[in-house]
Ligand binder design. Structure first.
Ligand code: HEM
Length: 450
């Protein structure tokens, strides 16, 4: 059941070209089928021209590390020139600017906000559990992680705007996903009503972000947080304060990058645990042993390895960022492969994490793959990307994910509603198609099977 230790497979010298005249309704099947049947370097035709799909750790390392590869402009329509969409010198300056807000000391400062918001949600859940009513755990996780990130990074209370903000982000991320999927030949059906819904959502998002900036300028936010810092920052080239557009792009990027992905790893973990009662029992046992009656805090996390392994395995099967696109700035070799200038290159954590040469029984959920001492080739596990664009929020996401998963699982068992199929949906992130509707069972202390 473990990851295949240290196995390295020879790099192919040529990309297999496949003619993809057929539309593929499901990009996950497309990725899995193509990489399994055609190998680690595949070239296929798409509405964007020929795309190279690379699914070997050595190729992936080069794509992440070499200056030959740059980001594409696909998400700039929403994220502007923020950190997640930019590259080159401008990106480097931006990354240096905000990196200190994601170091250990800053995460420790954010931790109380994570615990407070989680506890408030758990108190609300008690009466829902007692009533036996269904709730959408996926939507709850989105709301929780959005509240935490806005509070932690920008220090403003957005509780009254949370609902329209969540709805706008939902539309934008789904529609961006639909646009992104055209790279896997999934047809895009976008009516004029869809177009106007998209623009309305963008207008709502921009209005709320303008409000955040305004509150920050009027001093209605914590002086130590990222928003205050950005408001005081000067542009390196002009020496002037950041423009409203620069501020908007940074805030939107961190707000989107900082909540959606974290919420997904928790809701996927709960649907996988519910389908794997032995793993759920192990998790409950760990929590009961280490925490007793308490809810966790940051100092407990080192003693909760199975909680971390559960998240790592959930991210293997359902990596929130399921494809990463780059374009070649110039022609050059990747391994034995010659890539022309200005072509699209695709890396898919989803495909790499299910590669049979690197993962035994890749479709099975087995957190113990990630036990200390089990080694896997570098770049065969890439939920946070790698190289110079390695996720800036990785440590925050892991701390937040563990705290929330452990707190919920300490108090409740999540029981997905019968008759609802839980399947992945290709938004710009990897979501659950119809959310995660479930009832909650209160857990009595010591109720875990040892
Ligand atoms: C489980 C949660 C998360 C996952 C799976 C995830 C995944 C990723 C991935 C794959 C990338 C690389 C994208 C690329 O190479 O183009 C990335 C970049 C990034 N992530 Fe995350 N992320 C998560 C949480 C967060 C959080 C909490 C934040 C903080 C606000 C964050 C902020 C960023 C930023 C700013 C970048 C751009 C880094 C750069 O290009 O320098 N992420 N993330």
């Amino acid at each position: 059941m473990l990851a295949r230790e240290g196995k390295r497979i020879d790099l192919p010298g040529k990309a297999v070209f496949i003619e993809t005249s057929k539309e593929s309704a499901n990009p996950f099947e497309f990725l899995r089928d193509v990489t399994r049947s055609q190998g680690d370097a595949v070239q296929y035709s798409s509405p964007f021209g020929k795309i190279y799909l690379l699914n070997h750790p050595d190729y992936i390392r080069q794509v992440f590390q070499s200056p030959q590869f740059h980001r594409t402009s696909m998400v700039t329509i929403v994220l502007g020139e923020g950190l997640l969409a930019s590259d080159g010198a401008g990106w480097k300056t931006q990354r240096k600017r905000v990196a200190p807000f994601f170091n250990r000391a800053s995460i420790a400062k954010i931790e109380p906000a994570i615990r407070t918001s989680t506890r408030t949600m758990l108190e609300r859940w008690e009466s829902i559990a007692d009533s036996g009513d269904e709730l959408d755990v996926a939507a709850e996780m989105t709301e929780l992680t959005l509240t935490i990130i806005v509070d932690a990074l920008f220090g403003v209370d957005l509780s009254r705007q949370l609902h329209p903000l969540g709805e706008a982000l939902d539309v934008l991320l789904n529609d961006l996903g639909a646009m992104g999927c055209t790279q896997f030949n999934t047809p895009l059906v976008f009516s004029s009503a869809d177009r106007s819904r998209f623009h309305q959502a963008l207008t709502t998002l921009n209005r709320i972000v303008a409000d955040i900036i305004d509150k920050g300028r009027r001093g209605n936010s914590d002086p130590d947080n990222l928003l205050s810092f950005l408001l005081e920052t000067e542009d390196e080239d002009t020496g002037l304060p950041l423009t409203d557009v620069q501020l908007r792009d940074e805030i939107v990027t961190l707000m989107i990058a900082g909540h959606e992905t974290t919420s997904l790893i928790i809701s996927w973990a709960f649907s996988l645990l519910a389908a794997n009662p032995i793993c759920e029992g192990r998790l409950h046992h760990e929590l009961d042993q280490i925490l007793g009656e308490r809810l966790p805090d940051i100092d407990d996390l080192n003693n909760l390895p199975y909680t971390l392994m559960t998240l790592q395995e959930s991210m293997r099967l359902y990596p929130p960022v399921w494809f990463i696109a780059r374009k070649t700035l110039y022609a050059g070799r990747v391994g034995n492969l010659q890539l022309p200038e200005n072509v699209l290159v695709m890396v898919s954590p989803y495909a790499m994490h299910r590669h049979r040469d690197y993962w035994q029984n890749p479709e099975d959920f087995d957190p113990s793959r990630f036990a200390v001492g089990n080694h896997m080739p570098k770049y065969s596990y890439i939920p946070f990307g790698g190289g110079h664009h390695l996720c800036l929020g990785m440590n925050l996401a892991l701390v937040e994910g563990q705290l929330i998963l452990a707190s919920i699982a300490k108090r409740f068992s999540v029981r997905p509603s019968a008759g609802r199929v839980i399947e992945p949906a290709p938004a710009i992130t990897l979501r659950q198609r119809d959310g995660l509707f479930a009832t909650l069972e209160r857990r009595r202390p010591g109720s875990a099977a040892a």
